[in-house]
Design a protein around this ligand. Sequence first.
Ligand code: ADP
Ligand code: NA
Length: 341
Amino acid sequence: KITPRVFSGMQPTGSLHLGNYLGAMVNWIKMQETHECIYCVVDLHAITVWQDPAELRNAIRQVTAAYIAAGLDPKKSILFNQSQVSAHAELAWVFNCVSRLGWLNRMTQFKEKAGKDREQASVGLYAYPNLMAADILAYRATHVPVGEDQKQHLELARDIAQKFNNDFSASIIAEGFADGIFFPQPEPVITGAATRVMSLRDGSKKMSKSDPSDLSRINMTDDADTIAKKIQKAKTDPEPLPSEEGGFSGRPEAENLIGIYATLVDKPVDAVLAEFGGQQFSAFKKVLADALVAKIEPIANEIKRLTGDPAEIDRILADGSSRAREIATPIMGKVKDIVGF
Ligand code: ADP
Ligand code: NA
């Protein structure tokens, strides 16, 4: 029987930002108390666009440090980097042959990331969602905590799992899976008031590491002064804060700042609005900046401390990779039997 298992990952490109943290990692940290969790630094995904090798190596350690500093415990969860477990790439190839061109053509993130000169995008960038399906299903994971922007990719992973089960159903049954189900349908876990954290400069764009303006995002390595300055400069509107959720219509910046605060202090948006409704942004922004500094400053300090000892980070990754291989290698072995290798 398929047991509940959590898988998720982040790319080692640039430093992690508040969107990554509130949109995904807050749930990762909660779930490690209740589930078997596997958290990956997805370095294979990173090279879908050019990465300088020395910087990539450094970024892998940097993101690993951020995972640990934010509260992921390498004793409770498996922390590792994708390239060290060959099942990801092997299963991705099988999925390249299960997935359909028409399915990938619908992926909106490729259209955004490929930009205008699509002919020059790497094949890897195009096939990225197939690799993401392989990341999850190499562990037969059932729950995937991610931000809202990954919803479409998760739907594709479910379609791939289902098509694999259908295409190979006779072989799956012959291999001893009487119900014909080898891969589970992985479920997205997209919960909280900050599943889509928006840019601090433009409420219509998501907070992203690829935004050229550093004022648009809070980095997990920002110091207290930088955080205070960015919040002070964050775009708002002239109205006071609404006292109920209906009051957000046409006010994406207000909704974003309240969602950030609610998630940070782990309170429902209603409760936050009951407290701050009717107040001016100037007062609320001070409270928000203080809450951000209280959360992020210790994480930033811990990232700095951890990255001072790269050998220790490499040791944690090597240990996590070998634990990940213990789960993925037999699953990949079964996939080979099922496919006919
Ligand atoms: P990025 O989108 O910055 O390139 P990744 O693709 O590595 O980062 O995403 C890592 C995780 O962070 C994913 O679960 C993604 O959904 C989440 N995430 C990224 N940006 C945001 C955001 N602005 N709001 C909420 N979640 C986000
Ligand atoms: Na993303």
